[in-house]
Structures are given as C-alpha cells and as structure tokens.
Write a protein that binds this ligand. Structure first.
Ligand code: BES
Ligand code: MN
Ligand code: ZN
Length: 504
C-alpha cells in the first residue's frame, strides 16, 4: 500500500474518501467542522438525528456530501476529546483503515492525523498512523493456494498535516515509518513461516539475502564444525537431537567509518521448540514455530537500520537451532561446558533458549560492545507474570534500562522491568556443575535472566523476554512484529544522543 502526506483543506480534496473525526458526544473535529460549513450543516443534522454518537471506533460512511469534491466522507468516532491518548489514536486509525478497505474506497485522504493527542507532535502522529495502518493490513497467505482478495482494495492513503510549515517534518516521519513498517512485515513473515520452511538454514539464507541488498551490511556464518572448534558446547547440545544443522549468524552494519563500539543485538533462533527429551505437551505445540521471534526481530532491525542508513555501528548475532528429541539428543542431567568455560547441568532440555544464548553472549565479548541486548521468547513464566502487553525487561545497567523503557513507551511497544537481584541466583545452584539451566517454577522469567547474567558480566547488557508479546495465540495465531518498534526507536534515539565532538 502507498502512503503519503500533504497539507490542504478537506473540502478541496478530489478523492474517493475523506476521513474525519467526531468526538463524543457528537462534537466535530476541526476537519469535520470545515465539511459541515461547506455542506450547509449536513454533518451536524445527521448527528442530531442520532446516527453517530462519536464513541471510540464508531463509523458512518456518507456519500455525495454537498460542497465537497470527494465521493465519500467517512466519519470516525474518537471518544471523548480529553481521553484521546496513544492507544485510542491507534484504534481510531485501525478502524478507519479497515472500513475504507471494506467499503470500496481505493484511495483516501485522512484527517485523523490532525487530532490533538496529549503530548504528541506531528512527527509522532504521522509515524504511528503509517506504522499502524501498514500493520493492520498485514496478511500471511504465502502458503495458501487460494488467496482471498478484496474487489476494490484500499491502495493509497494520504495523511493530512495541519500546516504547510510542518510538511518537511511529516515527510521525514513518513519516510521513516514506511521503512520501519516494511521491516516489521519482514519480521512477521519470518515468524509466521512454519518450522519445516523456516529452518536454521533458511535463516542463514535470509541473512545472506539481506546483505546482498545492502552495501554496508555484511554477514558471517559459523557452521557446526566451526562451532565445535570454537567450543559452543551449550548451543551444540541443543542441536544434537535434530537433523537440522545449527548455525551462528552474524550481521554487521557499519554506518560510521570510525571504529566506534558497536551496539550488539542477540536473537534467540529456535526454529522449532518441541522441548527435546523434556518434551512439551502436544496442545499448542504448533506455536513453538514462533520460537525464533527474537532472531526475526534482529534480522528485521538490521534491515531497517540499513534502509535508514543510521549513523551507528550495529551487530546482530543469531544462534539458530531446532530443539528435538532423538536417540542422539541431550538428556536431563547431562553436563556441558559452555563457551565461557562455565559448566552447565541441563536439568530440563526445554530450557534450551538460555543454552544457545549463553554461548552467543560469550562470543560477542570480542566486539567490545557499547551495549548488548538479547531478545528471546524465553519463558512461559514471563507470560504468567506480565501477560501479553509488556515485554519482560532485565538489565545490569540502569541507563540502558531507562532508554529501552522510554523507546517502548514512545512506540506503544512497551516493556516492564523485572528484578535481577542476587537472591534469585541461588535457585540456579547445581550439585555437579557450576550452574543449572533451570531455577524452579517461582520467578521463572527472572531466574532465566539471572542465568544469562552469569555470561554478560563484561559489558552493559539488557535482556528482553518476548514470550508473551511476540505472537498472539489460538485459532488466529499470528506474529506481532514486536519488539521491532521498541528496538528501532532505541537505535534512532541513540543517533541523536551521541556524545558531542570534542572542542579544542
Ligand atoms: N520457548 C519456550 C518459552 C515459551 C513458552 C515461549 C510458552 C512462549 C510460550 C522456552 O524454550 C521454554 O520452553 N521454557 C520453559 C522453561 C522451563 C523448562 C524452565 C518454560 O517456560 O516452560
Ligand atoms: Mn523450550
Ligand atoms: Zn524455546
């Protein structure tokens, strides 16, 4: 779909549909007022008759409104004006897009971006509108032989900018939003693709394809033999039960010529998690195809960073395996020596994410990172703790925690802090190795974080548990593309907070 921005009055638009807001109770937004004025109170008289109260998400499609040049006018209920916040704004945009798509307007000019949202400027409103609109049109039908099609689909939407003066800002926001939205689609496609298609080898191919497209993006892949030579024994232990070859993928983006310390992202890439010998119950086991969502978010973020040519150095590292039971699989009670040299007792083969991550986290020390952020669908316990709205966020460095929480708030892709206190660490004691890979039921998301913390002492680090947020469950199971919005915002913010050059 095509997105654009422009400034101009609604009554002057020659288009299939103009979209304007109506607040509750029956109060017209600025754009709605202009149409009301030109049409001799056509809108107010309809509202007076009781056709639309203005409640959040209500819609009313009008045809041939006098005085306008558009085929239709779509009224969208915005709720009470003083309640209009980020989440309501997103709902209004989604509702408008779906209605347009289903009612035959192939093109529209939308004035909802002119609404007042507390604390949000034009740049934010345009960015969110485009990202949300793009996202709400997503379908995964690659594997359907009969694709559903709409007879007159929405093809182009133009968002209004209230003043001409703000057009350059809006155009920048629109450019950024389109690149981000495309990246989010890439993440969703990778996640939604089932385990027999999206294997570790497939992820390697995708990473290579991306580097082929971008000059300053490079890819390195460690194969099983190389991983053995280096001593990635924790990662290899997980891969042992599967016929699929394991890999460690490294994507390097160089946006700064100087040798500045890179920001490193590490994504869990378990392309299917059966649990291994500690096998999972069969109910909803299909959803474990999403266990590579962390990896997908890293690939997606690197592609967006390269598209936007951000002035940063970013490295993405993806340990990728399939977790399966077999005669060769790692068994409960086995002890492995991780890349760090620490020994791990594998008490549960279903706690595999931390095993592949700990070796990747040790490996990235060599890049002398500014910060390291790992992203993983790590624990069911995180879903119990925070449900499906917030990512679980843990960090050994407070400023990083704050920056990530803020990036989440800005984009609506929110995270919430969980503690990494030493007291929790005791739950990971093993009587025959340095550490056990599980810490019992209590505080399971936190003990998983504590496990990783044992491998990240040499740098500033944060861990994002996306088990509850990376996909929606059930019959309509689908990837959400999270936490790509949070991560890319964090990186965009980093570009402007670079230390100023030294003054002599
Ligand atoms: N991939 C799962 C975590 C998960 C569970 C994500 C449910 C999304 C929904 C992870 O590998 C896992 O199996 N974790 C175990 C850890 C346990 C054995 C300590 C879990 O959460 O049950
Ligand atoms: Mn598991
Ligand atoms: Zn897993």
């Amino acid at each position: 779909m095509e997105f654009n921005v422009k400034s101009g009055h609604p009554e002057k638009q020659r288009t299939a549909c103009i979209v304007v807001g109506v607040y509750e109770p029956r109060r017209l937004s600025e754009a709605a007022k202009r149409i009301d004025n030109i049409s001799q109170r056509h809108i107010s008289s309809i509202l007076r008759r009781g056709d639309l109260e203005g409640k959040l998400g209500q819609t009313l499609l009008l045809h041939n409104v006098p005085g306008t040049l558009a085929d239709r006018v779509l009224l969208v209920g915005c709720g009470r004006e003083r309640d209009l916040e980020d989440s309501q704004y997103r709902k209004i945009i989604i509702k408008a897009i779906h209605t347009l798509h289903e009612t035959g307007s192939m093109e529209a000019v939308c004035y909802l971006t002119d609404l007042n949202i507390r604390g949000r400027d034009t740049e934010w409103r345009i960015r969110q509108a485009i990202e949300v609109a793009h996202s709400s049109m997503y379908v995964f039908d690659q594997l359907k032989t009969q694709k559903e099609s709409t007879r007159r689909p929405l093809r182009k939407i133009i968002f209004s900018v209230a003043s001409r003066r703000e057009l350059p800002i809006a155009e920048h926001a629109s450019h950024e939003a389109r690149k981000i939205a495309d990246g989010i689609k890439l993440a969703k496609d990778l996640c939604n693709l089932p385990g027999n298609h999206c294997t570790p080898t497939y992820l390697v191919d995708q990473a290579k394809k991306l580097c082929y497209l971008h000059e300053n993006l490079n890819c390195e892949v460690l194969t099983k033999t190389e991983l053995e030579k280096e001593g990635f024994n924790a990662l290899l232990a997980v891969a042992k039960g599967s016929e699929e070859a394991p890999y460690l993928i490294t994507l390097k983006y160089k946006g700064v010529k100087k040798a500045v310390h890179p920001i490193v992202l590490v994504g869990k890439g378990v392309t299917f998690d059966s649990g291994g010998i500690s096998i999972k119950p069969s109910k909803q086991m299909d959803e474990m195809k999403f266990d590579m969502s962390g990896a997908a978010s890293v690939i997606s973020v690197l592609s967006i960073v390269a598209e936007l040519q951000l002035p940063l150095n970013v490295i993405g590292v993806i340990p990728t395996v399939e977790n399966m039971p077999s005669g060769k699989a790692v068994k409960p009670g086995d002890v492995v020596t991780s890349l760090s040299g620490q020994t791990i007792e594998v008490l549960n083969t279903d706690a595999e994410g931390r095993l592949i991550l700990c070796d990747a986290l040790t490996y990235v020390e060599r890049y002398k990172p500014e910060v390291v952020i790992d992203i993983a669908t790590l624990t069911g316990a995180c879903v119990i703790a925070l449900g499906h709205h917030a990512h679980g966020l843990m960090s050994n460095y407070h400023p990083l925690m704050t920056e990530l929480l803020n990036a989440g708030k800005f984009t609506g892709d929110r995270a919430w802090e969980l503690p990494l206190w030493n007291e929790y660490k005791d739950q990971l004691k093993s009587n025959c190795a340095d550490i056990a890979n599980i810490g019992g039921r209590d505080g399971g998301a936190i003990t998983a974080g504590c496990f990783l913390a044992q491998f990240t002492k040499k740098y500033h680090w944060a861990h994002i548990d996306i088990a509850g947020t990376a996909w929606t469950s059930g019959k309509k199971k689908s990837a959400t593309g999270r936490p790509v919005p949070l991560l890319i915002q964090y990186l965009i913010n980093r570009c402007c907070t670079e230390a100023p050059p030294e003054i002599y």
